[in-house]
Write a protein that binds this ligand. Sequence first.
Ligand SMILES: *Cc1c(COP(=O)(O)O)cnc(C)c1O
Length: 373
Amino acid sequence: MISKNHSDNLAFPLRIVKTLVAPDKRILPPHPSDELPFGKIHSNHQFVCDFLHDQGGWQTPSITPFGPFLMEPDAVAFHYGQQVFEGLKAYRMPNQEITLFRPRMNAERFHHSAERTGMEPVPVELFLAAIKALVAVDQDFVLPQPGSMYIRPCLIPLDRGVSYRASKDYRFFVILCAVKQYFASAQSVSVYVEQEMVRAVRGGTGDTKAGANYACSVLALQKAKALGADSVLWLDALERRFVEEIGAMNIMFVYEDRLVTPPLCGTILPGVTRDSVISLARHLGLTIVEERTDIHQLISDIKNNKLKEAFGCGTAAVISPIGRLIFNQEFIDINERQPGPVSLSLKKALTDIQRGEAPDPFGWRVLVPLNDH
Ligand SMILES: *Cc1c(COP(=O)(O)O)cnc(C)c1O
């Protein structure tokens, strides 16, 4: 068993070796009016820090030009699906400062994801220092509203050899993307209810951000797209009855003054957006109910007009109103496929805090220091 206390050789403030692209060779950030495919416009640099077990643990981190990793075909990373990641955003404030949104929650979740998948967890302070340093270097890729920057930290094994075991060595890296909204045009999304395949089981890795969870989901996404849906609604693995998540978002339902969402019982991802929406909804006077929803009950509530609104929430898309379910070939529309007032006011309340256009009563924004790089 690898000791989990290998951060002793990291000193803070973190010393990072920087090899930067010459200013005249850098790619320019996209213009705010450009069409931006989500996650494809990367910035000029990347952060890399290796964990080498026999060399004392975490090595000196670096910020280098964005570019490929050279890996042998027998690298463990290619064979057993061990990989975990995170996703968070940096926002440009009206006064041009740059802030992160609740990054410590991502750091802690990343730590949990690594532990659960048998990898060396990245110390929370290393995660936070890495992101702040890299965002400061590529700060011009934090697009002004309605854009932002999407931050993608990732952890992979570095060991070689085609034998199944825990690795000793790891690579923690971070890349950045300039982004706008996730669902470019649609007002609301339509979701296909998957009744055969499942995403997560109790005791599995559904509450981690592991690439493996996505590997077993992508076929259902292809089915959904073929039916004209944007995303997949997942049901619980045991009974295929209780609603769990949609795609890479947590799901929420609005009934009069109640906000209903599945409880965190191991098979769903504990979203930062989910947690934030719950706090804001409570603040707006809604009653929060964390309990399971039966898909058949949900459909009858939609048809009887008891369910007022449904939406997905996650960092990439923030809040996505759900306008249509596709269930057994049937199209079931919600709120005439229009975003409802609760979805819209929660979205506004959340994005106003994220973008620095409202006070931050919960202390969620974290400033990125910009001058010491
Ligand atoms: C990342 C993710 C979410 C949303 O989490 P946020 O922290 O709000 O971005 C929800 N479900 C799954 C499966 C995810 O991977």
